[in-house]
Design a protein around this ligand. Structure first.
Ligand code: SF4
Length: 365
């Protein structure tokens, strides 16, 4: 494989760079070599589609135009700017990382592989993207798209999601990146994967490197890449309490500073395991979070959301406060919020969705 890579390296580089020059996608972060902007775009593009990212990226850069502005901003503002894009650990890492970059690196993103990978949220792929695009270093940026292209180009029949094979593919990519224009080469691979060598129905007739492609030669392009058997995604349930005070404000809590959706706001409540009584568990969760007793009434709304490792159904129940004043026991903070205040609190997609459903069936005044 390594010998094959060395044999086609120059040819592949020339073809891909020529194609990229004329067919690259016009994206806002392509208009700059600023490592900060490239870093933000690469983090946003993890697990999120390009078209979704564009407006978020533009708003984010407007609010936080450089690393010092981001480092000085409250985390809640950063989470709010990220709202509905999901995978909120990315926003928390970006914020934490910006403070490290300012305090330890004088506001400059490090330009070598070992140092840049010490920054929270910057792994092998993101490091490669920043170093090659912003700093012009011949380092690969290997994500799922690039693994797919390489598995087809070299007709690799081993599972591309196997850690050993991923290491082999990284080594292979490292051999292919040219010294000249490494950033354009890596972006060319990204664009080829997004527009031509797609996961389903690769368009080999438009491919600039089809003459070098073994999958095409052996008619394997529709069965590659090979992956391990997918595991079945579990379906989890959770319940939330809709508690209003005499001024018709809604009781909301801020999640803890670590764990799933950390520091975002939500209705009080928690997960329900199979066979558990929703009423009992909801009362128990609210007691644990806020040290108050409630009566659980009818279900007001139900919404679904898919996460990377599980699917979640969240049901909201109309509840009445029976005893106690809220205290932040297992949450960071709590408040009685008006509908206007709710709009300004950073929340996950599913928590925002359930509020919309509740407002439909029983609006706040
Ligand atoms: Fe992908 Fe087809 Fe190009 Fe091979 S020829 S790299 S399978 S698009």
């Amino acid at each position: 494989m390594i010998k094959d890579a060395a044999g086609i390296k120059n040819h592949l580089g020339r073809k891909l760079l020529a194609w990229y020059k004329h067919h690259q996608r016009s994206l806002p972060w392509r208009k700059t070599n600023d490592p900060y902007r490239i870093w933000i775009s690469e983090i946003m593009l993890q697990q999120t589609q390009v078209n979704t990212v564009i407006p978020y990226y533009e708003r984010f850069i407007k609010s936080f135009p450089d690393v010092r502005t981001l480092a000085a901003a409250p985390l809640q503002d950063v989470l709010k700017a990220w709202e509905n894009m999901g995978y909120y650990s990315r926003a928390r890492n970006i914020h934490k990382a910006s403070q490290i970059i300012v305090n330890q690196w004088g506001g400059r993103i490090p330009d070598n592989l070992e140092e840049i990978k010490t920054i929270p949220g910057i792994g092998e792929y993101t490091a490669g993207a920043i170093l090659s695009i912003a700093y012009g270093q011949a380092i690969p940026a290997v994500d799922g798209n690039v693994r797919r292209i390489l598995s087809r180009l070299f007709a690799i029949l081993k599972p591309v999601d196997d850690p050993r094979e991923q290491k082999n593919l990284r080594d292979l990519a490292a051999l292919l990146v040219p010294i000249k224009h490494p950033g354009e080469f890596n972006q060319g691979l990204m664009d080829l994967g997004a527009t031509v060598c797609r996961a389903k129905n690769p368009d080999c007739s438009r491919c600039p490197v089809s003459g070098l492609c073994r999958a095409k030669h052996h008619d394997l392009q529709n069965i590659l890449p090979v992956t391990k058997k997918p595991s079945t995604i579990p379906h989890r349930q959770s319940a939330a309490a809709v508690i209003r005070n005499s001024e018709d404000r809604l009781l909301v809590v801020q999640r803890q500073a670590s764990g799933l959706l950390a520091s975002l706001w939500k209705l009080p409540g928690g997960f329900i395991e199979e066979g558990e009584n929703i009423n009992d568990i909801l009362r128990h969760c609210v007691k644990e979070e806020l040290n108050i007793s409630i009566r659980v009434g009818r279900c007001l709304a139900s919404v679904d959301h898919g996460y990377s490792h599980f699917r979640l159904t969240l049901q909201a129940y109309n509840c009445r406060l029976l005893k106690g004043n809220p205290e932040a026991c297992t949450c960071q903070d709590w408040r009685w919020a008006t509908s206007a205040q709710l709009k300004n609190l950073p929340m996950s997609n599913i928590d925002r969705k359930i509020l919309v459903e509740i407002a439909r069936s029983s609006p706040l005044s």
